[in-house]
Design a protein around this ligand. Structure first.
Ligand code: SF4
Length: 375
């Protein structure tokens, strides 16, 4: 496909006329509905929603809330402490840039550990860690594996292919479908519909979500990341609520299929088991943690260095409501520290650290209040 074609398609998915027509249809359906809470679980969706002002197009009885979709936010503080410990003991730590700024349970980040002498190197992915370790066989390296179904396959593939003997991996990878199931069931959230993340569903496919949909029977739409994608997903959810015909629907047909990337999932499950996973701020979710299988313990930093398992414990600064923001119970502006003691330059919690964190996205867009419909 030529560059011109791509631009034309992008224009279509950002077309203000189509957006206005969809917003009109959304308001038309919503006028006969009770209050509706729609949750999404993806930092990129939150960016699109905030950047394009989608909340300002919605009627007051339709609320769009961000759930636990930011990898940095949900990475257990105890694993940040674990990786800092390795760094302080002389292991070269390789980590994604925004992860290096999140604080662990002892109040220290990897950036601060670097200033105290730890060798912390920023990488774009495990490939960089692989090359560094290969070029420097006299030092031990560890890669901090964080993220979801989207980033974990590259690590699984690399492990399967073979990594240098001096490289290990601390896996804090999390599997999204069970977390969506937990959100749908959470009594303190009372979610009416879910927008599922497009990129992670490209890997998992829609199929693994079916058991959670069957248990909850709430509208579930898989959506892409352009403004029209998100508006369409909202429309599809409201339409299901209006007709009381609940189903799993796919708005993002250009990328998401029922089966997903079968090869990537096979590789993932050959290297990892799905075990209990602790999501910082959200809690323990069954079958959501990617843990190395016994056959691959030789690369497992947790096993090699005898590191602790992720702790089920909240660990945020006093007064901070990070856990409530991560879970999707509140919006960032409801935290008393938002844009006062906690800013992008001086983040007090992980949602203000990462470019996928809800607080940082809101702060970068200078959002200072709950966004109301402008129509
Ligand atoms: S504003 Fe800061 S302290 Fe408050 S929830 Fe967000 S990251 Fe946490």
């Amino acid at each position: 496909m030529s560059e011109i074609d791509i631009k034309d398609i992008l224009r279509l998915y950002r077309d203000p006329k189509i957006a206005r027509r969809l917003a009109f249809k959304i308001r038309d359906i919503a006028k006969d509905l009770e209050d509706v809470l729609i949750m999404h679980v993806c930092g990129t969706h939150e960016w699109t929603i905030t950047h394009y002002g989608i909340r300002s197009l919605l009627p007051d009885n339709v609320e769009l809330r961000a759930g636990p979709g930011c990898p940095v936010c949900i990475t257990p503080a105890s694993d940040i402490d674990n990786i800092i410990k390795l760094g302080m003991e002389g292991v070269v730590v390789t980590v994604y840039g925004d992860m290096s700024r999140a604080k662990g349970g002892k109040g220290m980040s990897l950036e601060e550990a670097r200033s105290r002498g730890a060798d912390i190197r920023i990488v774009y992915g495990i490939q960089d860690a692989f090359m560094m370790a290969q070029r420097d066989p006299n030092h031990k390296y560890v890669f901090f594996g964080v993220g979801f179904d989207t980033t974990a396959p590259a690590t699984a593939y690399m492990v399967k292919k073979g990594v240098p003997d001096n490289l290990s991996i601390l896996s804090s990878y999390r599997y999204v479908p069970p977390a969506v199931g937990a959100l749908m069931m959470a009594p303190d959230l009372a979610v009416d519909g879910i927008i599922n993340p497009g990129h992670s569903s490209t890997v998992t496919g829609m199929k693994p979500y079916k058991e959670y949909f069957d248990r909850n029977k709430k509208p579930m739409v898989f959506a892409g990341f352009e403004p029209i994608d998100v508006l369409l997903a909202i429309y599809m959810i409201l339409k299901q609520i209006e007709t009381k015909e609940y189903k799993m629907e796919n708005e993002y047909t250009r990328s998401v299929t029922w089966d997903g990337n079968v090869k990537a999932m096979e590789t993932l499950l050959e290297v990892f088991l799905l075990s209990e996973g602790y999501w910082r701020g959200f809690g323990v979710v069954d079958k959501s943690g990617f843990v190395f299988r016994n056959t691959h313990k030789y690369v497992d930093a947790r096993y090699i260095y005898g590191l602790s398992e992720p702790r089920d414990k909240e660990d945020f600064v006093a007064g901070a409501r990070c856990a409530d923001v991560i879970k999707g119970k509140i919006d960032p502006v409801e935290c008393p520290l938002y844009m006062k003691e906690c800013t992008p330059n001086y983040p007090r919690g992980p949602p203000m650290v990462s470019i996928e964190g809800t607080c940082k996205i809101w702060a970068d867009h200078k959002v200072t209040g709950i966004i109301k419909c402008r129509f």
